[in-house]
Design a protein around this ligand. Sequence first.
Ligand code: HEM
Length: 224
Amino acid sequence: MDASASTAASTPFSTLIRTASHEQHTEAENSTFMSDMLGGRLGVDAYRRYTEQLWFVYRALESTAGSLADDPVAGPFLRPELARTTELERDLAHLGGPDWRSGLEPLPATARYAARIEECARDWPAGYVAHHYTRYLGDLSGGQIIRGTAEKTWGFARKGDGVRFYVFEAIGNPAAFKREYRELLDALPVDDLEKQRVVDECKRAFALNTAVFQDLGREFPLTA
Ligand code: HEM
């Protein structure tokens, strides 16, 4: 076994997946759309469009979860307190009125992202875990920064309608929750080769997110 393989084997999987996606995380965080939106340079219409994309993504994650409840690999990750669809729907009703859903279509990159999640949920539970990690652990971390900025920029009530997506009412201690989540990752009952595939799928998940930001950036360009 060479040195890198032995390091990979002895490194907890939660560390491996975080480290492997670190560079793409920075890229997503610093994407033009995110920077413009969180820099206060875009209107609430951009935030609404972004939230609509999240709704398609979480619907893909959560409408498929039922079929995975008893799966030995993905099942342990499915915690009801993480579910975001209802919160997104409340935010969207606030942002777009009661008819927010009529005529709503995903951006092309969002449709590709949701389709990939659905494919994993159907055919590859460990791949679904990669998507689950990429979204929910991010929402529990950086999501809190986004919430604060959104409240300030567009005047939403603190933790109220418009930003409920970022509020995990049923998770009293996010740090402890994330610790437990990482323990689940570390105990993922798959071999090293499959773990590497999960890491690759996580990178794919980040790339799919970045592509959504690119589509959004095209729809909301800054006129210099
Ligand atoms: C402006 C946007 C973003 C900000 C400000 C942000 C910020 C953060 C911060 C501060 C953390 C905590 C790091 C730590 O505990 O060491 C974090 C973790 C994370 N973020 Fe983001 N993030 C952003 C966008 C994203 C996006 C677009 C994704 C992917 C969809 C993402 C996925 C994650 C994940 C998976 C983690 C958990 C890493 C781990 O501990 O394993 N983030 N983020």
